[in-house]
Every structure is written in structure tokens, then in C-alpha cells.
Design a protein. Structure first.
Length: 71
């Protein structure tokens, strides 16, 4: 299994696990919108992307508390 990142039009991020190469193109976000799979490769651990991920996670935690409570 690998973790894939999805992002809905509201820019919420959702992580879904699926076998390598079998991740669906989209999933339902907790807000009800369709979240599209991002280009991010599964299991990226280091490199320039790491800084991007840190920033995305910070933004997500800032705007997603209501989603977390609904889950
Ligand atoms: Zn959403």
C-alpha cells in the first residue's frame, strides 16, 4: 500500500491508501467535494519537495479544523 494525496477545490488535502499504481483519480473530500489526486509521487521522503510539504501541512492545519471535527 502507498499513501496518495488528494486535494479538493477548497484545497483541503485528503490522504488515501491504495496499492501502487491503483490509486483512484479522485476521492470524496470530507467537505463533500471531489478531491483530485495530486501529482505528488507516493512516499516522497526528501529533497526540494519536503519544504513544499511542510508549507502545505501548515496551511492545511490552519484551514481544516472544522473538517477534522466532522470526521
Ligand atoms: Zn474539501
Amino acid at each position: 500500500m502507498a499513501a496518495y494525496l488528494y486535494r479538493c477545490p477548497e484545497r483541503h488535502e485528503t490522504t488515501a491508501e491504495a496499492p501502487m499504481g491503483e490509486a483512484p483519480e479522485s476521492v470524496h473530500c470530507a467537505c463533500g467535494a471531489r478531491a483530485a489526486r495530486t501529482f505528488t509521487a507516493p512516499m516522497v521522503r526528501s529533497g526540494p519537495r519536503a519544504a513544499h510539504r511542510m508549507r502545505d501541512v501548515a496551511a492545511e492545519s490552519a484551514e481544516n479544523p472544522r473538517i477534522a471535527h466532522r470526521a
